[in-house]
Ligand binder design. Structure first.
Ligand code: AMP
Length: 300
């Protein structure tokens, strides 16, 4: 197993202008692992409750995603309810029910401890630190976080950032973490906290990658069929990290290709609710959209 993700597996209730779906498969580790499995061998560390359908676990198994680190506890699965407005921008969170996730204490199976690539999805920075203490000497560690942890556990988060190679967050999180409204200045301040690379996810406006003095931008694919934006960020991270792990990327051009792959895979996720579009995705579809992507800003 090349790539480990530690994060949430959830049952989401989502409302968008195109419909409402109850208790559908969600969670950062779900989107991340399905996206990453298109490029690399992935394993998940997460917790689910008694109500989590076995059929969802079968979907991960079909994709050769290793579930040794997924535990089933007494109680209900983590549940999140979100509603998107007409612009399909940031959702309103209508409910967060932590359930078994409240006592999540990630235990990395012995067989994963030598893993090369680690993605710490958006969880308590103290748990992110605990994961880092359980893996031996990974080649590359990436992480995500959210405003809640920036507001409530910034010192713990800064400790995590000292050990992280790549941070993937959105622009409001970048501004909040740096305490600086201008995105490029904020990015520089965040890079001084430890990560060598910062990726700022900007929804339909694409993703910016900052490393040293370099800035690279990949747009989001202009889609006609956006139905549910949930999971776009985690899917981006999965496509990006999966490509890096699957190809042992170390060079700047490879990281840029990884950003484009992240954008490509995320563009499929939003075409339907939950992981429906991701679960049937083929390498051919990814390759075709990758080629269309490159044409987006090429002047003939
Ligand atoms: P994204 O749209 O990429 O930010 O990810 C959305 C997914 O994150 C949803 O499927 C939710 O189940 C999950 N999620 C929402 N809130 C949290 C939280 N506080 N902790 C962990 N996962 C969450």
């Amino acid at each position: 197993m090349k790539l480990l993700v530690v994060g949430s597996m959830a049952l989401d209730t989502i409302e968008t202008p195109f419909g409402k779906e109850d208790n559908i498969l969600g969670g950062s580790a779900s989107y991340f692992s399905l996206a990453a499995s298109m490029f690399a061998e992935v394993g998940i560390v997460a917790v689910v409750g008694k109500d989590f359908p076995e059929g969802h676990l079968d979907l991960f198994r079909q994709k050769n995603i290793d579930l040794q680190g997924v535990t089933r506890e007494e109680g209900e699965t983590f549940k999140w309810e979100g509603k998107y407005g007409y612009d399909l921008g940031d959702p309103d969170t209508l409910g967060t029910y932590l359930n078994v996730f409240e006592n999540f204490n990630p235990v990395i199976p012995e067989s994963y401890s030598n893993v090369d690539y680690v993605f710490l999805a958006n969880i308590d920075p103290e748990l992110q630190l605990s994961v880092l203490n359980q893996v031996k000497d990974p080649k590359l560690v990436a992480c995500d976080t959210m405003n809640f942890w920036i507001d409530n556990k910034v010192e713990e988060l800064k400790k995590v950032l000292k050990h992280v190679d790549i941070l993937l967050i959105n622009d409001s999180e970048t501004r909040a973490l740096a305490g600086e409204p201008r995105i490029t200045t904020a990015a520089r301040a965040v890079l001084e906290m430890g990560p060598k690379i910062l990726i700022v996810k900007r929804g339909e406006y694409g993703a910016l990658m900052f490393s040293g003095d370099d800035i690279f931008w990949a747009p989001s694919f202009p889609l006609e069929e956006v139905i549910d934006p949930t999971g776009a960020g985690d899917t981006f991270a999965g496509g990006f990290m999966g490509y890096i792990a699957g190809n042992d990327i170390t060079d700047p051009a490879g990281f840029k290709t990884a950003v484009v792959n992240g954008s490509v895979v995320a563009s499929f996720t939003v075409e339907n609710f939950s992981v429906r579009r991701l679960s049937g995705l083929t390498k051919e579809e990814i390759g075709k959209r990758f080629a269309e992507f490159l044409k987006l800003s090429k002047v003939d």
